[in-house]
Every structure is written in C-alpha cells, then in structure tokens.
Write a protein that binds this ligand. Structure first.
Ligand code: PBG
Length: 308
C-alpha cells in the first residue's frame, strides 16, 4: 500500500555512471578519497562498462586525465586525446551505450583552472574557442551528449555554433548551468589531479549563498542553446533543484558529486549507518526535489544491489 501511495517513482534508468579514464593499458588505480571508484585505462573502461551494461547501466559520463598537463590544456581538444579515444572504443564496442563527455580544461591544465590563464586571471573569452573545439572533438569521436562544466560565460552558445557549423546539429548540450564553487568537489580534484594551483574557482563558479543567480545562469544557458540543464552539487542544493524545476521545462540533471559520495562511503564502511539506506534516501530526495536524471558514483551499486 505504501508503494501504491508513494508520491514519486524512482527509476534506476535515470542514473548516469561517471568514469575517470587515464593513459596506458591495464591500469586500474584506486582513488583513496573515493572508495570503490578507480582511475582506469581505456581497455579496462571497456571491460567495466560491459559488466555494468549487464547489470543494466545504460549511460556514462567520461572524464579524461591526460599523462601530461600544460598551461593551455592542449590535451583537451587533442583528436587523439584520452577522452576522444575512450569514446571511439566504447562506441565501437557498445553502439547502444549513451556516452556523455565532460567538457572542461581543468583536468588538462597544469594550473588546474577551467579556462585559459593570463597572469593570475582566468580569461573568459579566450577560453571559449578551446572549449568549443574540445566539445567538437568529442562529437567527432562519437559522443552522444557534450557536457560543459567549465562555467565560462558564453560557452554554451560557442559550443552550439561550432557543433552546428560542422554538421553536428543533433548533438545535445547538457550544461552545468548552476554549478557552485563547492568543497564537495574535494575528492574529485584528488581523483583528477585538478585542484587549482593558485586561487580558487570563485570567479567563475557560483557563490553558495545565492539562489536567484542560479536561475539567471540557467536561463542564460537555455538562451544560448542548452538542451538539458544541471544543478551541481545536489545534496546541499535541493532547494535550487526544486526552484529550477519550477521555472524551467527542459530536462533537469543533478550531480550527486564526489564529496557526497565519499561521505556516504565513510559512514557505511565505519558502520555508522546503513550505506544502501543512505544511497536510496539521498537519490530519492534528489528526484523528489525535481531532477529528471542524476549523475552518481553510486550508480553501479544501485544496479548491483537493487537499491532503488
Ligand atoms: C570540472 C569538474 C569538476 C567536477 C565535475 N567537472 C570539478 C571542479 O569543478 O572542481 C566535480 C565532480 C565531483 O565532485 O564529483 N570542472
């Protein structure tokens, strides 16, 4: 009876599994700050995705970690870069897999910022061309959706123009529209080696005191051509998810980020709480707030242990 009267229905098929891809063969490195998540080379990625697909996972988000980083993030739009190769191999092996790629420079720059830097300043406009070309290189490799996470102003429009001009009119943009400057990204930056080497990301990511600004960011991205908008992080931002849901008809994605994942893992492994109970409650709360889809490092566990 409780199931019959429950106000929302949750669905595992609305979860997206992130992966960290590195150079080499046979590589599988534990990420100490994210128990259960590894950095893997493309061959192991294909193997893991195959197993995940048997469990039922249908969509992935890819992050590339290049062997060398430089000041302009040249690895990001390299046609033979780590993400581009990962996409090609995955598409070849699993034509039905939905592949989303993270479009950003911070994993590729030696300074760790999400855009081009001059002096001690991140340069918004000079970053756009590089970001748009990175998105194009992902589309050329076979990505189904590109997801810019850099938070430079104008990047959704720049990406849309470049995709359209080169015939990729059918590739949607999932924009990290309301992305807050957050301590919850700590474990991710450890995983990707992408912590900024100077300053912080507060000049381009949002201030967590602001909620009206989130709507402004979302509407700007929609005007520029975003097809799906994202709120990130999720857990401390359920009010933002709910307000975007109220004002926007586009599909809404929420990112259950690394710090949210690791908190649950630590509580679970210490026996402080029932881990699967926490996962079910957290993911359900994000759906209840209004998200249509969730990017979550718990995705594999949700399928494996039938959590939702
Ligand atoms: C890159 C990016 C970040 C995350 C996704 N894309 C890190 C950041 O902005 O510092 C965070 C994801 C997570 O914490 O799980 N810009």
């Amino acid at each position: 009876m409780r199931t019959l009267t429950a106000e929302i229905v949750t669905d595992k098929n609305k979860l997206i599994m992130p992966h960290f891809v590195v150079e080499g063969r046979g590589v599988r490195e534990e990420i100490p700050s994210m128990p259960g998540i590894t950095r893997i080379s493309v061959d192991n990625l294909v193997r893991d995705v195959e197993q995940d697909m048997h469990l039922g996972v249908r969509q992935v988000l890819l992050f590339g970690i290049p062997a060398v980083k430089d000041d302009r993030g040249s690895g990001a739009n390299d046609r033979n870069g780590i993400v581009q190769r990962a996409v090609r191999e995955l598409k070849k092996a699993f034509p039905d897999l939905l592949i989303i790629t993270d479009v950003c420079l911070c994993e590729y720059t030696d300074h760790g910022h999400c855009g081009v830097v001059s002096g001690d300043r991140v340069q918004n406009d000079p970053s756009l061309e590089l970001l748009a070309d990175t998105a194009l290189s992902h589309a050329e490799a076979g990505a189904d959706i590109v997801a810019p996470s850099d938070m430079m102003d104008g990047r959704v429009g720049a990406i849309r123009r470049v995709l359209d001009d080169s015939g990729h009119t059918e590739i949607p943009i999932l924009s990290y529209a309301a992305k807050y400057s957050s301590s919850f990204y700590g474990p991710f930056r450890d995983a990707a080696g992408s912590a900024p080497q100077f300053g912080d990301r507060k000049t381009y990511q949002m201030d967590f005191r602001n909620s009206r600004e989130a709507l402004k960011e979302v509407f700007l991205d929609i005007e520029e051509g975003a097809d799906i908008v994202m709120v990130k992080p999720a857990l401390a931002y359920l009010d933002i998810i709910s307000s975007v849901r109220e004002h926007v008809d586009l599909p809404l994605c929420a990112y259950n980020v690394s710090g949210e994942y690791s908190m649950v893992k630590l509580m679970g492994s210490n026996g402080y709480a029932d881990e699967w109970g926490l996962v079910a409650e957290i993911l359900t709360s994000i759906f209840r707030a209004g998200a249509d889809m969730i990017i979550s490092y718990h995705t594999r566990d949700v399928f494996r242990y039938n959590i939702l």
